[in-house]
Design a protein around this ligand. Structure first.
Ligand code: PMP
Length: 437
């Protein structure tokens, strides 16, 4: 006999009693009207009351083709019929091999090696540890430091938080973190150094990075950047040439470049990977979120042969990379990722995402003139609408008004599910969003 369905009220009571939600003030959550997702269809989520919501932030920036995609569903089912999980520690698996070969084929040239993890933060952690160990094996053990940017976000584990630069999220943990060299963010709307122009602000940011690397010559192993857009800081876009400029600075100082494409990867900014737009191939490329089309938790770090070569040696030579997770390279995740990447080939997903972004840009013009809108930022299907108390002075809204949050709550009542970042209303629909949606 089918179990009777629990009512939304009943589920919500259990939710509040037992589930500790991420990035959520639970006292506030308990006092807000419940939204409990029950199912989904295409770009829409359906709650336990049968209400439909457009998935306006791609279920936290990871959904690509919408929900319940037959090809991905089938691939996971087929893999379930073989094996759900076995370890990659010392043994292989068919889908993890196929996926690594596929990623090597589609990634910027030279990135041939794939190390898997389950989330963006772990992959960033892996990239940092790999960069650190790489220099030890190259006879430069003094290169232990990293350079990162203000307003960066790379995830919530302690290494990722160390290179992160968002006060609200990261400041409380400062005593636990390692010290990082910090260059300013090219956030010209609120440039702390007074550079009003986007390109000028970007040039200043690069000049500081350059100077810091010169001052700390031989100490820095790698620079880490979210290319084209700093996502979690509120979709802060970089001026043209910023990424290529940074790559040149890294080359000049013989420092590794780690690009964190957890958010920007898989078509989000108009190309499969954001770094393609400036012809940059990093030493380490960090991928996550959209890698499985938004289906299952998976991430990866891609490296080149020359980067990986110093890790080779006898088992006793101390060159092994001692890092891994129980579910590293899980077969169901790999199967979902392979089906996802097949869809990129067969459905022209990136080009369709670009068309959607062009339409979105024309629709966003209406917001530019609103008195509460300070700046509208867009790169492909990543959009941030920064709200202000006063357009002239750019004064930030009174935090107690929770302006962006209330905009999102209002939209939720109108059937659109989005989440703000501070004072920034974020739009990041799936690449499959249709014009009428
Ligand atoms: N890097 C970037 C650029 C991100 O945007 C995020 C998540 N928003 C992460 C890393 C962390 O990924 P995860 O939440 O999967 O750990």
């Amino acid at each position: 006999m089918a179990a009777t369905r629990r009512s939304t009220d009943d589920l919500f009571r259990a939710d509040v009693a037992h589930v500790w939600h991420p990035f959520t003030q639970m006292a506030d959550y308990a006092a807000t009207e419940p939204l409990i997702v029950d199912s989904a269809e295409g770009n829409w989520l359906v709650d336990t009351e049968g209400r439909r919501y457009l998935d306006g932030v791609s279920s936290l920036w990871c959904n690509v083709h919408g929900h319940r995609v037959p090809e991905i569903d089938d691939a996971i089912r087929a893999q379930l019929g073989r094996v759900a999980h076995s370890t990659l520690l010392g043994s292989g698996s068919v889908p993890s091999i196929e996926l690594a070969a596929k990623l090597a084929e589609i990634a910027p040239a030279g990135l041939t090696r794939v190390f898997y993890a389950e989330n963006g933060a772990s992959a960033v952690e892996i990239a940092l540890k790999m960069a650190f160990q790489h220099w030890r094996h190259r006879g430069q053990p003094g290169r232990t430091r990293f350079l990162a940017f203000a307003n960066a976000y790379h995830g919530d584990t302690l290494g990722a938080v160390s290179v992160g630069g968002i006060e609200l999220f990261h400041e409380a943990f400062r005593p636990l973190l390692f010290d990082v060299l910090r260059a300013p963010s090219p956030y010209h709307y609120r440039c702390p150094d007074g550079h009003a122009g986007h390109e000028e602000c970007g040039r200043h940011s690069l000049a500081v990075a350059d100077r810091l690397l010169a001052e700390h010559a031989g100490e820095v192993g790698a620079v880490i950047l979210e290319p084209l857009v700093q996502g979690a800081a509120g979709m802060i876009t970089q001026p043209p040439g910023f990424l290529a400029g940074l790559a040149e600075v890294c080359r000049r100082h013989d420092v590794l470049l780690i690009l964190d494409e957890v958010a920007t990867g898989f078509g989000r900014t108009g190309t499969l990977f954001a770094c393609e737009q400036e012809g940059v191939a990093p030493d380490l490329l960090v991928l996550g979120k959209g890698i499985t089309g938004g289906y299952l938790p998976m991430s990866a770090v891609l490296a080149g042969d020359a980067f990986a070569e110093p890790f080779l040696g006898a088992p006793t030579a101390g060159r092994t990379f001692y890092h891994g997770h129980t579910y590293t390279g899980n077969q169901l995740c790999c199967a979902a990722a392979l089906a996802n990447l097949d869809l990129f080939d067969t459905r022209d997903v990136v080009a369709r995402g670009r068309e959607a972004a062009t339409l979105l840009a024309s629709q966003l013009e209406r917001f530019e003139e609103l008195p509460a809108v300070g700046q509208v930022r867009q790169r492909g299907l990543m959009v941030g609408i920064e709200l202000v108390a006063d357009r002239e002075t750019r004064a930030v809204p009174d935090p107690r008004r929770r302006l962006a949050w209330n905009v999102c709550l209002g939209l939720r009542r109108r059937g659109v599910l989005i989440r703000p970042l501070g004072d920034v209303v974020v739009l990041m629909p799936p690449l499959s969003i249709r014009p009428e949606e």
